[in-house]
Design a binder for this molecule. Structure first.
Ligand SMILES: Nc1ncnc2c1ncn2[C@@H]1O[C@H](COP(=O)(O)OP(=O)(O)OP(=O)(O)O)[C@@H](O)[C@H]1O
Length: 212
């Protein structure tokens, strides 16, 4: 799905050769500051590499329109943005930004069920707790039906239960819909439990690859 050839980004990443497989769950592990988030950001062209090339389905990312790419390759960031407005507004905003058609309230309630958020669509999103906001953001991402999901591990401020729930929901989505999930996690336990492949990054380099 993604292959890296001699990729360099500032003095942060230096990846000679790496393949991330289609329809698999891949975990990126490594110490804080090792470059995991930077690697995720390269994959949906939030940033571009300074040297080398990254291919997505055999096409160089350099030649792919970022807006089109982000319709397929969607990131759930560490601290997702919640906008002023209702839960519904916040769920629909991803579809709007990626120029996809909106969906019915019935479907929105189905997504709320999936992320285990027992709230009304017209409730004020800014009044939700941190973990609940994270779930809204997760719902927003799932609604976009991405081919590839990029999950940056939820900030440590979140309780473990929310984090586990988010990872589990995304892994289920990936498996049931034949999609691809690439996630950053600090937890070797989570990586072992959920992934097909584990990639370990140290000081910007891939030091270990493992099939689970
Ligand atoms: N835009 C940038 N410009 C300069 N340095 C950056 C930039 N983005 C990240 N860095 C630095 O690059 C290094 C890798 O950061 P990155 O966020 O990718 O690490 P990480 O492995 O995801 O860390 P964590 O597990 O703590 O989230 C860090 O030293 C960070 O300070």
């Amino acid at each position: 799905m993604f292959s890296f050839k001699e990729v360099q980004y500032k003095d942060i990443l230096n990846i000679g050769n790496l393949t991330i497989k289609k329809h698999k769950v891949t975990s990126l592990v490594g110490q804080s500051g090792s470059g995991k988030t930077t690697l995720l950001r390269l994959l949906n062209k939030l940033i571009s590499c300074d040297g080398g090339e990254i291919f997505y389905n055999n096409q160089s990312l350099g030649t792919i329109d970022p807006v089109g790419l982000r319709r397929e390759v969607v990131m759930l960031p560490q601290a997702p943005a919640i906008f002023s407005g209702s839960i519904k507004d916040n769920l629909l905003i991803g579809l709007k930004f990626s120029e996809k058609p909106p969906v019915s309230d019935h479907q929105l309630y189905e997504v709320l069920k999936l992320v285990k958020l027992n709230k009304e669509l017209d409730q004020d999103a800014e009044k939700l707790s941190g973990g609940e906001k994270q779930r809204v953001a997760l719902g927003r991402v799932i609604l976009m039906k991405p081919e590839v999901l990029l999950l940056d591990e939820p900030s440590s401020a979140l309780d473990e239960e929310t984090e586990d729930m988010i990872i589990e929901a995304l892994v289920n989505y990936t498996k049931e819909n034949n999609k691809t999930l690439i996630m950053v996690t600090h937890s070797k336990k989570i990586a072992k439990q959920f992934s097909d492949e584990i990639i370990e990054i140290k000081e910007g380099m891939v030091v270990h690859e493992e099939e689970v």
